[in-house]
Design a protein around this ligand. Sequence first.
Ligand SMILES: Nc1ncnc2c1ncn2[C@@H]1O[C@H](COP(=O)(O)OP(=O)(O)OP(=O)(O)O)[C@@H](O)[C@H]1O
Ligand SMILES: [Mg+2]
Length: 250
Amino acid sequence: MNGHDMNAPMQPAARGINLVKVYGQGDAAVRALDGISIEFAPGQFSAIMGPSGSGKSTLMHCMAGLDTITSGQVFVGETELSTLHDKELTRLRRDKIGFIFQAYNLVPTLTAAENITLPMDIAGRKPDQAWVDRLIDTVGLRPRLAHRPSELSGGQQQRVAAARALASRPSIVFADEPTGNLDSRASAEVLGFLRTSVEEFEQTVVMVTHDPSAASYAERVVFLADGRIVDEMESPTADKVLDRMKGLGD
Ligand SMILES: Nc1ncnc2c1ncn2[C@@H]1O[C@H](COP(=O)(O)OP(=O)(O)OP(=O)(O)O)[C@@H](O)[C@H]1O
Ligand SMILES: [Mg+2]
């Protein structure tokens, strides 16, 4: 377990300060993030919601070091991403950050088991087998380990992707619409796993979703509009989230 030192002040697993992201230049410039400051506490499950184009994916990519910000600061733990050279950033991403995409991004020629440990295998790291075994059982993939992605359902593929994201025991997992391609049953499987990872493993999870019932699995919802934070909700229910979204025009 990544237990907390109860005597130490709780440092955020990640935080962004005054994040601005501008794509393009001149007349074509788009201000995708327009001054966002946000913290993700360790062991917290946050959802990010907002209309299409409001900057949700941009925020995830910048926080995860997959894209650079125009101004502001991103910290993962104590490390400010802009201070890192390419190699250091690659290493931090690999060791501290998990990412789950809407398209599962599994390697079709590899089995479920091989996909789960692929990032560590590429890095020449020996996976913690007891941890990987625990993940596999939690995610319910034990009987499917030898199957290739094409032999798995959408929900099973996304559970492989979720186990892969957690395999290196990252400080934080970013998930961008992880249930966007799934029906409600498969969504519940993936969301249940994410919630279990928060409750049992104290994993920090940040998830973008359009779905109020998916957001209700989180402990907190942050609402974006036009690249800004416009609201926040604790202990969300699907009904409360739906009501709030009506006001945002999604
Ligand atoms: N690579 C890019 N180049 C130029 N503009 C971009 C790029 N990526 C995103 N944008 C613009 O930035 C804004 C925010 O995009 P982003 O993908 O973060 O939105 P989103 O909230 O994730 O939307 P969706 O719900 O549709 O996924 C949009 O106006 C988008 O067109
Ligand atoms: Mg998006």
